[in-house]
Ligand binder design. Sequence first.
Ligand code: COA
Length: 326
Amino acid sequence: MTCIRSEIIGHGHYLPAKELTNDDLAKIVDTSDEWISTRTGIKSRHVAAEDEYTSDLAVKAAQMAIRTANISAEDIDAIVLATVTPDNTTPATSAKIAGKLGLKVGTPAFDISAACSGFVYALTMADNMIRLAQAKTVLVVSAETLSKITDWTDRNTCVLFGDGAGAVVLRAKEGNGTSEDTGILATKIYADGSQYDNLLSNGGVSTTQTAGHLWMNGKEVFKYAINSLTQAAEEVMSMGGVTSQDLDWLIPHQANVRIISGVGQKLGLPEEKVIVTIDHQANTSAATIPLALSESMEKGLIKKGDLVVFNAMGAGFTWGGALVRI
Ligand code: COA
């Protein structure tokens, strides 16, 4: 039966110029390249300049996505930004990005706050808008400047995060309703509010009137991440009527290489099908998946027609997955 699918027609990414290696961090806190590499898989991360904001990173990634989609900014019917590091408390940073990109006046713009699951949440909302015929072409952007809410004196957290942005352009396309269609085939999002205190920024507008700093119960997050990421991937594959044997790629949220390999193994995927970019990007929260996707497409690794699962987990806890044929 024919149906509307949201096809990824453009991809973009941007990393700030400044790179901070593990050796650079060892000069700031009591840590070492050996500890960070073996525990997390991270070798370096990018850090935004003081006057470089989330919207600046987002605009660069969005411009690349618009260019690779071969469309113009006026063709966009809606913009969704996933971030936990907005430029201002209000308005939504997506509105600023819409202005900078020159989107048509009247184009809806909103932010989604779902931490590291932000891209999967934003993709789900954009796909729903397209399938309900509320929009034909939607720009989905994820951008973070986590360095601005990092406690640079805390070795438990400051070694884990980085700044960056990724974007995709989705466009409505008629499909046959089978897993052979290109576009988003299934999405599923979740949350468990009982885990609120295990991963958070310890400040906020209503509580402290500050943005706070990132804090986490690393061991709890680690355990929960492996199970929830596996569950989300299995669920969207089952919804789409495929198995892990049919997959060309898994693009998991990049939080820790040990979590990534644990999930890959649980899903029975060979290592070479699991995309890993954490070594040079660290954890950029909502941005890790579109950054990894765009880098991999630019390199020619991920190609048109490939079957991919995105899965992410983060503060909330939130988690989710998407099954997509590129
Ligand atoms: N350098 C050196 N030592 C460090 C360190 C650092 N950067 N950070 C912590 N340590 C120390 C700890 O203080 C601890 O020392 P102690 O035993 O004397 O108390 C020791 O290393 C071991 O810490 P531990 O917590 O057992 O390490 P771990 O193997 O659990 O790894 C994380 C820690 C944070 C890397 C891991 O728990 C993790 O990745 N969790 C998930 C985090 C995550 O993904 N968060 C975002 C999700 S979206």
